[in-house]
Design a protein around this ligand. Structure first.
Ligand code: ADP
Length: 604
């Protein structure tokens, strides 16, 4: 779609700039220019010029103890005054006009007026005008002072090249949900006939980078209607009431252009719960109130559809979510295996890829990646192909770029000592071996001990065979055992431990804690929720909601659980000690080992 209107800068900017220039001119340029015009000479020159009758006018300045004089051509000179009793007589004899007034100098009064009083008057005038306008607005009028309350929304108009649903891969449910809106915008009569009214607002919720903005644009593209886009944070202004005014302006524009779509990104910036805390954000609350009022104010069938996106739906004000406002919620989740494959294919259309690329395999390797990350992976692959002088991106480019996106670039100059390399090899094989020996664990795709810029010295990449929507208790326990496998291998082989397991420890603890507090996988606590997730889409922060005593018990149980799995992992490794050594030496030598090679050695 073509963006046709860029927001103009409010008039106050220009006033400000003019005022600043004026002040600078007065304060710096004027005295400098005046200074430049006057030449300083010594007293002797003045006397000789007087005698040669080259002087036209003279002004004696008592206060600064100087003499200003002009020559016949009008140039101004200055000299320091010297005790000279005959001066007046000499000047008189030479027929020079002399007086006590300034020569062609701006009067101090005028210069004071120009440099200080005038700018002040202008400034006060602007202030008065602004406050008058603001008061008018507070009185309900919709005029805009210097454009400060303008919505600044980016407006896209109808265009045949807009984003279409076909550009958004996966997300079938969301697309289906939004297709109805498109149909309504195409054919409102059909809905009016039967008396059905469209939802006024639709909330797209999901983790970052899953295509919420894209979907909103696609609705506008499919329906071929104007699209107003604005981010929630753009409403929040320094002055109370400005945001509200922007909301009013946005809706006024939208109504003029109806049918159309208004898209508010990151709506949580203005739509947060009004909790009435002391020192609350008045501006934000007023903006939210205005938004609520505007959404109530227009009829369901005016043809203005509001789409909003957020990744923190739980923080939104309930008033915003009630029917009649954002009454429909469309989840835009992380893509599943099929979705990931489709997204990769959509983005691969934009670059040249080799014919034999297996997108399914790439999608399986990139489990948990969002649409934006997948787009990034494809682009990284293309960049890698260019770097290596290839004409198109290959399977290995794509595989390597997944690692780049997950773990960062290969560190070229990180030199591990042999001992460290050996420890890292054992650590990674420890993970992989424990994973492979537990029937339910996902098979290993690749193990590498090439250090990465993220700080990882090596890692084991696991691949999900298919979509997993549920995880059993056993699977989760196995996962914890796999996390502890690296450390267990170090203990068995070297008899000591290293710092390399910090991330494993974190992951294992998180999982164990979730099993106990959120998934009810501990018999003693039964199905009691001990923790709530406050931030589902952004990292999943949790907050405990139980007594201190229970907390202690939880900690105890988490420790027991992890310890048990750690012991289990150690037992598996001890049972497979020979394979552990064989595989670790192989990895030490080759630095990277594929899943197939690993299984071949393990089963060989
Ligand atoms: P969000 O608004 O959810 O944070 P965006 O819609 O801005 O995410 O998506 C960011 C980028 O990620 C898009 O420009 C697009 O390249 C890519 N992307 C995300 N989801 C998809 C998808 N389902 N299909 C194709 N590309 C996607």
């Amino acid at each position: 779609m073509n963006e046709v209107k860029r927001p103009k800068k409010p008039l106050i900017y220009y006033y400000g700039i003019v005022l600043l220039c004026l002040l600078l001119f007065n304060l710096i340029a004027m005295p400098w220019l005046a200074q430049r015009r006057i030449q300083e000479v010594d007293y002797g020159t003045f006397i000789s010029m007087t005698e040669e009758k080259d002087v036209d006018q003279v002004e004696i300045q008592d206060d600064t103890n100087t003499i200003l004089f002009t020559d016949k051509d009008g140039a101004i000179y200055k000299t320091a005054r010297v005790e000279d009793a005959d001066l007046t007589q000499r000047l008189y004899n030479a027929g020079i006009s002399f007086h006590g007034q300034e020569i062609q100098q701006t009067s101090p009064l005028l210069s004071f007026l120009l440099s200080w009083v005038l700018p002040m008057v202008i400034f006060i005038g602007i202030g008065q005008y602004m406050s008058k306008k603001l008061m008018e607005r507070a009185g309900g009028k919709n005029s805009l002072a210097f454009g400060m309350g303008k919505s600044n929304a980016k407006v896209y108009v109808k265009s045949s090249e807009g984003i279409k649903f076909s550009d958004v891969a996966g997300e079938e449910e969301a697309k289906e949900n939004l297709t109805e809106i498109v149909d309504y915008l195409h054919n409102p009569e059909k809905y009016k006939e039967i008396g059905a009214s469209m939802p006024k607002g639709i909330l797209l919720v999901g983790p970052p980078g899953t295509g919420k903005t894209m979907l909103a644009k696609a609705v506008a593209g499919e329906a071929n209607v104007p699209f107003f886009s604005m981010s929630g944070s753009e409403f929040v202004e320094m002055f109370v009431g400005m945001g509200a005014s922007k909301v009013r302006d946005l809706f006024r524009q939208a109504k003029e252009k109806a049918p159309c779509i208004v898209f508010i990104d990151e709506i949580d910036a203005i739509g947060k719960k009004r909790d009435g805390q002391i020192g609350g954000n008045d501006e934000r609350e007023q903006t939210l109130n205005q938004l609520l009022t505007e959404m109530d104010g227009f009829e369901g069938n005016t043809g203005v559809i509001i789409l909003a996106a957020t990744n923190r739906p739980e923080s939104l004000d309930p008033a915003l979510l009630r029917p009649g406002r954002f009454d429909r919620r469309v989840p835009v989740e992380l893509p599943d295996l099929k979705g990931r494959e489709d997204i990769l294919k959509v983005h691969a259309r934009k670059i040249k890829v080799a014919d034999d690329v297996d997108f399914n395999k790439i999608a399986r390797m990139a489990s948990g990646a969002s649409g934006a990350e997948l787009a990034n992976i494809v682009n990284e692959a293309a960049l890698r192909a260019v770097r290596d002088g290839r004409k198109c991106a290959t399977q290995s480019d794509l595989e390597e770029s997944i690692e780049v996106v997950i773990a960062g670039y290969q560190k070229k100059n990180a030199i591990l000592t042999d001992k460290e390399k050996m420890i890292v090899s054992y650590h990674e094989i420890g993970h992989a071996l424990v994973a492979a020996r537990q029937t339910n664990s996902a098979p290993v795709q690749k193990i590498t001990i090439v250090p990465r810029t993220s700080g990882a010295l090596g890692y084991t990449m696991q691949v999900d065979e298919g979509n997993h929507y549920l995880m059993s208790k056993e699977e989760m326990e196995n996962k914890i055992a796999t996390y502890t496998g690296g450390r267990a291998a170090e203990e068995i082989v070297f008899g000591s431990v290293t710092t390399g397991a910090s991330n494993d420890i974190e992951q294992a603890t998180k999982l164990a804690r979730a099993m106990i507090t959120r998934y009810g996988m501990n018999k003693d606590f039964d199905m009691v929720a001990l923790e709530t997730q406050t931030n589902q889409y952004l990292g999943g922060d949790t907050s405990l909601m139980c007594s201190a005593e229970t907390q202690r018990e939880i900690d105890q149980k988490v420790m027991e659980l992890v310890k048990k799995q750690h012991e289990k992992a150690a037992a598996i490794l001890l049972d497979n000690r020979e394979k552990l050594d064989e595989l670790s030496y192989y990895l030490y030598e080759h630095e990277t080992i594929t899943g197939e090679e690993f299984m071949k050695i393990l089963n060989g």
